[in-house]
Design a protein around this ligand. Structure first.
Ligand code: FAD
Length: 414
């Protein structure tokens, strides 16, 4: 595959850009693979990439019912940070954040990683205590994050109203190397690099059944016919329960719609990511100038990938309180994605009850930031049967009572 570079762009310009190759092909599905990954979101594609790159496993198919990156990966608000509370979480989220730092170079695809800083406001005494505890835990875990005062908050982000009447800002947890990346580009970059190493990406192909013989997976039924494999990873986010049901087991996850919206584009106003969890909203500014605004999850289980009016009202009210300056902004569009939530708000990266099957799910409202680390760990688990980053996140933790409680770090905060 031709490498992307300034030189290549200049050379192609001379030929009216007619010489570019397709970034990934549209291969016919083979009858059998060593590994099949269900779901071409960021986590599925990153798993395929690291299977090939780290473990030399290239006879791999990624099967996607829609188009690659069309699920939550293409619907999220792209916040990247690693300041979680528990050791198992910081290990995988910080690995992920550090992989993001030079992912554009690794994939030879500009994922537009922008480490602009993430500010998580503390607006109640309780929240202040929780963030202080997290900052201490982060320091011990070697994760760069710190508490800052209200004065420093105002200095970092002058448009925040720190002396609001309801919830004045009492401090904040600040991660200077947190930030954002272009979500589609992360999926496209992993897809291109995986395809180049021999991975087949089969789009518009829905998995409709899982073949299990004597407790072991033997293959899948799909809308393009049957396909065999002795190892199958389900990486389908909000549809994990549906695919698990096909294989005959249940998962401790709930599927709910999580919503977001963007404003009309305006001139540069906000050069960091700000999260205000007490009033329930967060905001950053895209390169196009739109304010990217995250709202909450629906309070009932559903599979509707769309937004609803009451979320707009609640979220915009919260942000107007935090940033009075945006009061006259018009909102452009709104959408939703189906996220999969576990009880302890931590993911599941695990062998399934069916032999040969692997599960990567439960990233809930905050899995975009985890894509590189999750792909790395899941590939290790599939190739070796164990992986130091994945092992704490087994399905067994729910029966062993070994929860990895991230409800403070992950509930509203993405
Ligand atoms: C509005 C919103 C805002 C968010 N904001 C953030 C944020 O700021 N930061 C952050 O870190 N995270 C955020 N998230 C969470 C993040 O988007 C997800 O955790 C992450 O994208 C999950 O990636 P994935 O690859 O597991 O799933 P997906 O990208 O959803 O991919 C799963 C794929 O599986 C496919 N699939 C499902 N069933 C089948 C089947 N039967 N056969 C074949 N294919 C199938 C789907 O079509 C889909 O493409 C947000 C999510 C939403 C919805």
């Amino acid at each position: 595959m031709k490498r992307y570079s300034a030189f290549a762009v200049a050379k192609e310009a001379l030929g009216y850009h007619q010489g570019w190759e397709r970034a990934w092909g549209a291969p016919e599905m083979k009858s059998e693979y060593d590994v099949i990954i269900i779901g071409a979101g960021g986590h599925g594609l990153a798993t395929a990439y690291y299977l090939a790159k780290n473990h030399g496993v290239t006879n791999v198919a990624v099967i996607e019912k829609g188009w690659l990156g069309g699920g939550n990966t293409g619907r999220n608000t792209t916040i990247i940070r690693s300041n979680y509370l528990q050791d198992a979480s910081t290990a995988i989220f910080e690995k992920s954040r550090s992989l993001y730092e030079d992912l554009s170079q690794q994939l030879n695809f500009n994922i537009m990683f922008s480490p602009r800083g993430v500010l998580m406001l503390a607006q109640t005494e309780h929240e202040l205590r929780a963030w202080k505890r997290t900052a201490h835990a982060n320091r011990i875990a070697g994760v760069p994050s710190e508490m800052v005062t209200p004065e420093k908050v105002k200095q970092i982000c002058p448009i925040i109203e720190t002396a609001g009447p309801r919830y004045p800002v009492l401090g904040a947890l600040w991660q200077a190397r947190g930030g954002t990346a272009r979500h589609d580009a992360v999926a496209w970059g992993y897809a291109r690099a995986a395809a180049e190493m021999g991975v087949d990406i089969i789009q518009r192909c829905e998995v409709t059944g899982v073949d299990v013989v004597n407790g072991a997976v033997t293959g899948l039924q799909t809308s393009k016919g049957p396909v065999k494999a002795k190892k199958v990873a389900m990486v389908v986010a909000g549809h994990s329960g549906v695919v698990a049901d096909m294989a005959g087991f249940r998962l401790p996850v709930e599927s709910v719609a999580l919503q977001a919206l963007v404003s009309e584009p305006i001139k540069p106003l906000l050069d960091i990511v700000v999260m205000a969890n007490t009033v329930h909203g967060y905001m950053s500014q895209s390169d196009k100038g739109e304010m990217v605004i995250g709202g909450g999850a629906d309070s009932y289980n559903n599979y509707t990938q769309r937004g609803s009016f009451h979320h707009i009202e609640e979220t915009v009210r919260a942000l107007k309180e935090t940033f009075p300056v945006i009061g006259r902004l018009k909102m452009l569009r709104q959408w939703g994605g189906i996220v999969d939530m576990t009880g302890d708000r931590s993911p599941i990266i695990s062998k399934a009850p069916v032999e040969g099957m692997f599960i990567n799910c439960g990233w809930g409202t905050g899995g975009f930031k985890a894509i590189p680390g999750s792909g790395w760990a899941t590939a290790g688990l599939i190739a070796n049967g164990t992986d130091p980053m994945a092992d704490p996140f087994t399905l067994g933790r729910f029966t062993e009572g070994r929860m990895i409680d991230e409800s403070v770090a992950a509930a509203v905060a993405h």
